[in-house]
Design a protein around this ligand. Structure first.
Ligand code: IVH
Length: 669
């Protein structure tokens, strides 16, 4: 094809695809088949490959995602992205209405909209072309996520009019897409997202837009941030205009004349929300007239002309069938409520943690009780209270056992703890849970060794400690349920591979009290080898930033145990790596040249180019020590925007002061 011909064809394909996409994704009324759309898209992509001079970032082909970014740029919002005040009851809504009418008089009407549970974004268009999109951030400064937003098919790349406009809306993941994504994650053995909101946030925070493109994100635009040359006098008129120029606007908004109508509208959604294909967490109520909005103005954080009515967490009643006791890795015995299955906020709930004995006493929870259940933060099921009036007299008080349900040794309540503990180191439950922890993702990360397999290995007596995992034989594994040739191969390979893990995984996997995965990394980096850590004293441990007394004591007493020494030498003889393999900490003598060598540095004010923790990490990697407050021991203060009292103090003490820019320059050297 000739160059000119290609240009015409590309433009034709673009407007055709744009039109198809608009009908499909924005209006939800397809006018072409998927096959036709895909075919035109393929043609466009291949023409753009042949004639790269015509590539444009508002071509529908960008929906598949371009090159990954190295990091997110910061973006200052032209006007701040505020949040909303909350209303939790009918009374709160009436109070809001009264406050509004006190200021603007009784001639007021409201626009009510669904409060979409996703992430606020700002989209900037110039001359009708999508220029830049950003997260809300702290309201003043967000992150540039244009590359990911371009992949969302309901975000128009070109508007129907060549206007300059900044709009705000909510990016979300539809319920169906969320379920599909989590299913795929489960099958891949990856951690699932807790809810669609987190899934949407995680997707928008991808540096690689090709990943974001696969996440099926969607958007509703709910406000005009800035617009030039257009007079809009009411919110509902604004929404209509947004729709006209090509934005996807939610269709469920309602113009209400009185607060009673508003309340009726909010109540009507309490039940209907479950039927929506996306999640909402409330209703947003806005004074409709733009002039009245101006009159009402803003508080420091939110507009006085709008409020968010938050739905109460859904509560349901069910029966407490039993209380089960679980012994965890550290011996803590946790009671769990076994419930008659009920649906709460979209999923079936069968169990809820009761945490400890004190909670059972406080709420007077008895076996057979009718209990009220809700999901805290809409995720974790919890027992709210007992409906004592519904008791028949057959309910039974629950007594915590005096002995471990697994090994029958006496349980103890350690000083200052509410938990009951089994302190028998041989307790099978603790060993089993310890094994599950050892193979888990952040520890040795052995694929194919899930809870079920561990339980079988344990009950067949094939594994009693973590070293046994490395001595498993092929024919032993075949005896387990659902262990074919292929699974056995994969499992043995994964076990073998884990031997090469860097030290911190093993350290975390051992399950030393108080040593989480982050501390394990710090320790591995600081000591480099297991043997050195085994010999470390409390003082040596305390000398490391981030290691406190409780952890230091726990580490020393762990390594003093003869059975630990034995286990570690066993693991070593089986070929398990005992050294740190990550990026090297720079040795003190290598960094005498560094401007931070042995310097005590304090960071203050707002940093823009890098986050506090990035700055800290970099300075520490170059031999500096970062502390929180300015004193005569401070060598250097890095002062970002709006630095306050620390800057003043440093000036008084004659301490060297750098701007953030200087820090960045020095780091770049
Ligand atoms: S209006 C000036 N309308 O709720 C206030 N917000 O705290 C602008 N949200 O961060 C917000 N759906 O992310 C508005 N229809 C809707 C909304 C909505 C969801 C979110 C938004 C904001 C938060 C309010």
């Amino acid at each position: 094809m000739e160059r000119n011909e290609a240009r015409v064809r590309i433009e034709k394909l673009r407007s055709q695809l744009e039109e198809y996409g608009y009908h499909y994704y924005v209006l939800d009324e397809p006018i072409a088949s998927d096959a036709e759309y895909d075919q035109l898209m393929q043609e466009l992509i291949s023409l753009e490959e042949q004639f790269p001079e015509f590539i444009s970032d508002d071509s529908p082909s960008v929906r598949v995602g371009g090159e990954p970014l190295p990091f997110f740029e910061k973006v200052e919002h032209r006007s701040p992205m505020l949040s909303l005040g909350n209303a939790f009851s009918e009374q709160d809504l009436r109070d809001f209405d009264r406050r509004v009418r006190q200021t603007v008089g009784d001639e007021v009407s409201y626009s009510c909209e669904l409060k979409i549970d996703g992430l606020a974004v700002s989209l900037l268009y110039e001359n009708g072309r999508f220029l830049r999109g950003a997260t809300r951030g702290d309201g003043m400064i967000g992150e540039d996520i244009t590359h990911n937003l371009r992949t969302i098919p309901s975000i128009p790349l070109r508007l129907k009019e060549p206007i300059d406009i900044e709009v705000r809306g909510e990016v979300f993941m539809p319920k169906r897409s969320f379920e599909t994504l989590n299913k795929a994650k489960e099958e891949a053995g990856e951690e699932k997202f807790a809810n669609p909101r987190n899934a949407a946030a995680g997707s928008l925070r991808q540096l690689d837009p090709k990943l974001a493109a696969k996440r099926n994100l969607d958007v509703f635009i709910y406000a005009i941030g800035n617009i030039s040359g257009k007079d809009i006098s009411s919110h509902h008129q604004g929404l209509r205009y947004l729709k006209e120029v090509g934005f996807k606007v939610n269709n469920e908004s309602r113009h209400c004349e009185t607060i009673d109508d508003v309340i009726a509208f909010t109540n009507s959604w309490l039940e209907r929300r479950a039927d929506l294909p996306y999640e909402i967490d409330g209703i947003v109520i806005k004074v409709d007239s733009v002039e009245q909005q101006k009159e009402l103005g803003f508080t420091a954080k939110s507009p006085r002309w709008a409020i968010a009515y938050k739905f109460p967490a859904e509560e349901v009643v069910t029966t407490l069938l039993n209380i089960e006791l679980n012994v965890g890795r550290t011996g803590v015995v946790t009671p769990t409520a076994i419930l008659k299955p009920v649906t709460v906020a979209g999923t079936t709930v069968k169990r809820a943690s009761l945490h400890n004995e004190d909670l059972i006493r406080e709420k007077d929870i008895r076996l057979g009780d009718s209990v009220v259940i809700k999901k805290a933060g809409d995720i974790i099921p919890e027992v709210v209270n007992v409906l004592a009036d519904l008791r028949t007299g057959d309910e039974k008080e629950f007594l915590m056992p005096t002995h471990c349900p697994e090994c029958e040794s006496e349980l103890v309540r350690l000083e200052g703890e509410v938990a009951l503990r089994c302190i028998n180191p041989e307790c099978p439950a603790q060993i089993r849970e310890g094994l599950i922890h050892f193979v888990s993702r952040n520890a040795m990360n052995i694929d194919g060794l899930g809870e079920k397999v561990i339980e079988q290995l344990f009950s067949h007596n094939l594994v009693t400690n973590v070293a046994d995992l490395y001595q498993l034989e092929r024919d032993e594994l075949h005896k387990l349920e659902r262990m074919g040739e292929k699974s056995v191969d994969n499992l043995l390979e994964a076990i073998e591979k884990s031997k090469k893990n860097s030290l911190e995984r093993l350290l975390f996997g051992l399950g030393i009290r108080f040593v989480g995965s982050k501390a394990a990394k710090t320790l591995a980096m600081a000591f480099g080898e297991m043997e050195k850590l085994q010999q470390a004293s409390v003082d040596e441990l305390l000398a490391i930033n981030e290691i406190g007394e409780k952890m230091a004591d726990s580490i020393v007493s762990y390594f003093q145990k003869p059975e630990v020494t034995e286990l570690l030498s066993k693991l070593e003889s089986l070929g398990v790596n005992m050294t740190y393999k990550g990026p090297k900490p720079v040795a003190a003598e290598e960094i005498v040249d560094s401007p931070f060598a042995n310097k005590t540095v304090v960071l203050t004010g707002k940093l823009e180019a890098l986050t506090r923790s990035e700055a800290k990490e970099k300075i520490e990697a170059l031999g500096g020590k970062v502390t929180g407050s300015v004193s005569k021991n401070t060598d250097l203060l890095i002062a970002g925007e709006d630095a306050g009292s620390k800057l003043t103090k440093a000036q008084e003490l004659n301490i060297e002061i750098w701007t953030e820019q200087k820090l960045v320059d020095v780091l770049n050297q």
